[in-house]
Design a protein around this ligand. Sequence first.
Ligand code: ZN
Length: 662
Amino acid sequence: MKKLFLLILLVTSSFTALMAQPAKGLKGSEYCSMRRMQRESLNDMNRELLNPTIHSYDVLNYTFSLDLMNNYTTPFPASFSANVIIEFKVDSVLNSIVLDAANASLAIDSVKIAATGFTHNNDHLTVQLDHTYNPGDFVQIQVYYRHNNINDGAIYTSGGFFFTDCEPEGARKWFPCYDSPSDKATIDLTAKVPLNVRLGSNGRLQDSIPDATSITYHWVSRDPVATYLIVISSKVNYQLDIVQWQDTICNQSIPFRFYHNANEDPSYIESIIGAMSSYYSAEFGDHAFEKNGFSTLNNQFAWGGMENQTLTSLCPDCWDESLVAHEFAHQWFGDMITCKTWADIFLNEGFATWTEAHWVEFISGYNNYKSELDGNANYYLSYNPGWAISDPTWAVNTPGVNTLFNYAITYMKGSCVLHQLRYVLGDSLFFAGMKAYALDTNYRYKSAAITDFRDKMESVSGQDLHWFFDEWVFQPNHPNYNNVYSFKKLGDNNWQVLFTARQSGGSLDPYWQMPIEIKIRFKDLSDTLIRVFNSVNNQIYSYQFSREPYALNFDPGNNILLKEGTTLVGLDESPSVVTDGLELTPNPFKNSALLTYQLAKQTRVIIELKDQLGRIIRKFDLGSQNTGLHNFKLEADGLVPGTYFLCLISGNSTSTLKVMHY
Ligand SMILES: [Zn+2]
C-alpha cells in the first residue's frame, strides 16, 4: 500500500485523490515528503536574485506584531493586519534593499524608521532608505502590511484554526522577508487573538497577557531561525500538555509543548520524547533550543509533518513514532544546521530519514535499522527518476517541489548514501564525523552546504571523500554490477579464487569506486570476509587457499545499498593475465621501475598509468604478446610525484596495481 499510495501521489499530485487514502502506517519520511508534494510549484515566481547566498545585507531580527482577532470565527477569513520591524546588517554599500513579498498575498501600507518609500511588484518589495549605508551598519525598517483573504498555501484558516506552513518559499506570503534558508534571524512575535485561542510559535513564551476579550501571546526565539521554519500554530480551545525534559548535558530543564486536538492522545510520544532527545543529544550534540514541541493541525494539513523550529507541525492525530523520529531529527539537521541553499536539501531530508532508521537501531537493534534502509533502497531502485541528489543549479533556481522533495531521491537515496558513508568509514569514524559536523560552530545555528559536510568528514577521517560525494550525491543513478568469479584447483590443498569486479556500461560511463566485500565459504564450513578497494572496472582479485571453496557472496551485508546486478560463476576461468605475477619493482620508485607480468595466453596488451581521479597520464600499446613472463620498464620521465594506478589491459580483463612515485 505504501508504494501504491505514493505512486498515486506521484502520478496525479491530486489533493482530492489523497484525501481518500489512509494516513496511518506510513513512515515519517513519507509523511514529510507527501506534505511537500501537495504544494503548488513556486517556479513561476519571478527571481531577480542570481545567487541567494551572496547578498547585500543580512537580516538579524524580525519583530512581528499581528492582529488575528478575526481569523477564528466564521467565515474564517485569511486576512489580517500586521507590521514587522526588520533589523539588518549592511554587507555592501546600499541605499535600498529588496525583500521577498508575494504580491497576491500581501498588500503593503507603509514603511517607517529608516525606510522612506517603497515599490511592490513581481513579488519583491523594494524599500528606499533614508540615506546610503556602509558595510557593518545596522539598520531598522518597519513595514505595515495586510495579508489578503486568499488561500495561498502559507496561511491556513478554518474551523477555529490559524496556522502557517512555509517550506520552501511560503514565508514571503505572510511577511516581507529575505526568504533564503541561509539568512537566519532571531524572532520576536506578538499576536493578539481572542481569549479562547491558544497560540504557539518558535522559541519560548515570554508572556501571554489577557484582557476582557483578547489575549496577546509574545514568543521570543533567541536562536536564529530560517524564514521557512518560522511558524504560528493556533486554535480555539487548543489542548496543551507540557512535558519537562532534563537536559543532563547542559543541566537544565527543557519544556516540550504538545498542542493537540481534543480527541487525540499524544501520551505515548510524550513518554518517549525525553529518551529520543537524550539519544539524539548523545549522537549529534546537545539539543540546541530553549524549548521544543509539536502541534497537530487539521485536515488542511492532512498528510505530513513539518519541522518548524521548536514547534513541529503534524497532521491531525499523527502522534506516530517514526514521523516524530524524523521530524525531531530535523531539529538538529535542518533547523540547528540549515541547508545553505535548496541544492543542499540532502543535509535536511537525507539526514532526517537516515536518523529515523537510526532511532529504530537504538530501540531494536542493527538488523531492524538495516531492514528499514534495505526498504528505502528498494523504493529508490523502483522509482529512481534519474537525477542526482544535488543539482548545483537548485541553489539559484529553486526547483519544483516534485523535484526538490522527490521521495525516491531526496529521502530514500539520501538516507542510503549516509549508510554507505557509514560503511566506507566504519562506525567509529562515521559517528565521530557526524557529531563533529553537528557541533561545528561554523554550521551550528547557521547553515551548511553539502561540501561543508564532506570536508568535515574528510578532516575527521583523514580520508579523501570527494570521490564518494561525486559518485553518490552529485552524480545520478547507481552501479550495475556484473561480477564474475571462479574456483580452480591448483594442486593438493591449493585452491585459487579469482574474482572480477565488473560494472556494466561503456567506457564513457562513470565507474562507481567503492570498498567491496567478498565472503568466501569453504567446504570445511569455515568462511572468510575480504574487503578491498575497487577503483576500476574489470579489476581482478586473486586469492589462494589451502581449503576448498564452494561459495562466494559479493557484498554479503548489502552495505552498497544503491546497486543492481549479479555475481555469477564466471567465464574467467583462465584470464589472460595471472595477477599473482603482476609486480612492479621497486615500488615506490624514483627514476624507473620494472613491471613483470605473466600471460596465460597470447593477447594484445595495453598499459595505462592513471592518476587518482582515473585520468590516463601515460598509455603504452604493446601489441600482441605471447604466453609467458614479460617485462616492461616504466620510466618516471617528468612524472609528478604521487600515487598512481598502473592498469594492465589484456584482452577483456584489466589488472591494476597501486604504485607510488617520489
Ligand atoms: Zn523531513
